[in-house]
Design a protein around this ligand. Structure first.
Ligand SMILES: NC(=O)c1ccc[n+]([C@@H]2O[C@H](COP(=O)([O-])OP(=O)(O)OC[C@H]3O[C@@H](n4cnc5c(N)ncnc54)[C@H](OP(=O)(O)O)[C@@H]3O)[C@@H](O)[C@H]2O)c1
Length: 251
């Protein structure tokens, strides 16, 4: 059976929305997608200056948008703005996320809920806004940024881990729903990177993480961002978790 008829062509200059493009990895993802010919919507939540600095590095048409991904009304508004200024989104990268670590027995319920709302529900919100167009277009890419914490245990991270493990399940199931219409949905799992999310961790924790990995060094945001080419080019890779994590997820 051939599903080829259901597939559209990759747009010449796809519109890519990168959530949290003001952050460490998001900046590199936006720059890489621009280099791959995309017109990028650079999203931020609170760091407007950082987002504008990212936009300054891009060569193709781009737009800066804001909104809390945990708030569906905010997501529909920012999606509308991207659609009007660049066109509907062909490539969605769910990268924006937070981490609030604490041992579960001592964690405030509102902190736990906020991590799930931002990292997991937020990814549903953006996908809910963008995927209908991709299905109509019969071409689209959803890339969800997950974490080794969604695959292996790290004490103190029940909320973050549950959000990322949930996002892996979301990735696989959405991939099953969208494959016949030429839309792939994959997850990218970076190893430990020095970004705003991790810079404040104590040195002993960072050194412990670096030493634990089979390849005992941190991953750079550029190394992770380079995998965007694979996601854009591959029509038959869907529902996968690609780990660029120095091997930490096999330990
Ligand atoms: N750093 C690591 O070692 C590591 C390892 C594995 C996976 N990851 C994943 O990589 C991704 C990027 O993280 P990072 O390391 O680059 O951290 P980061 O520098 O802290 O960036 C996080 C980004 O998320 C955005 N954000 C925060 N709250 C948001 C909200 N409510 N709505 C929308 N966006 C929001 C932030 O926007 P503003 O700054 O504008 O508020 C920022 O751009 C995350 O999904 C993270 O879980 C990181």
């Amino acid at each position: 059976m051939s599903g080829g008829k259901s597939f559209g062509e990759r747009p010449e200059q796809p519109v890519a929305l990168v959530t949290g493009a003001s952050g460490g990895l998001g900046q590199a993802l936006a720059v890489e997608l621009d280099a791959l010919g995309c017109r990028v919507a650079v999203h931020y939540n609170s760091s407007e200056a950082a987002a504008r600095a990212v936009q300054d590095k891009l060569h193709n048409d781009s737009v800066v948008v804001t909104g809390d991904v945990g708030d569906y009304a905010a997501v529909t508004a920012l999606y509308q703005e991207v659609s009007e200024k660049l066109g509907p989104v062909d490539v969605l990268v769910n990268n924006g996320a937070i981490r609030k670590d604490a041992l579960m027995a001592m964690q405030a319920p509102e902190d736990w809920a906020q991590v799930i709302q931002t990292n997991l529900v937020g990814s549903f919100h953006t996908a809910r806004a963008a995927v209908p167009h991709m299905l109509r277009r019969r071409w689209g890419r959803v890339v969800n940024i997950v974490s080794p914490s969604g695959l292996i245990a790290t004490a103190g991270q029940t909320a973050y881990s549950a959000s990322k493990a949930g996002l892996i399940g979301f990735t696989r199931t959405l991939a099953a729903e969208c494959g016949r219409r030429g839309v792939t949905v994959n997850a990218l799992s970076p190893g430990f990177m020095i970004t705003g999310m991790t810079v404040d961790l104590p040195d002993r924790v960072k050194e412990g993480m670096e030493g634990k990995a089979p390849i005992p060094r941190f991953v750079t945001v550029e190394e992770v961002a380079r995998s965007m080419r694979l996601f854009l080019e591959q029509d038959c890779m869907t529902g996968q978790v690609i780990s660029i994590d120095s091997g930490v997820s096999i330990t």
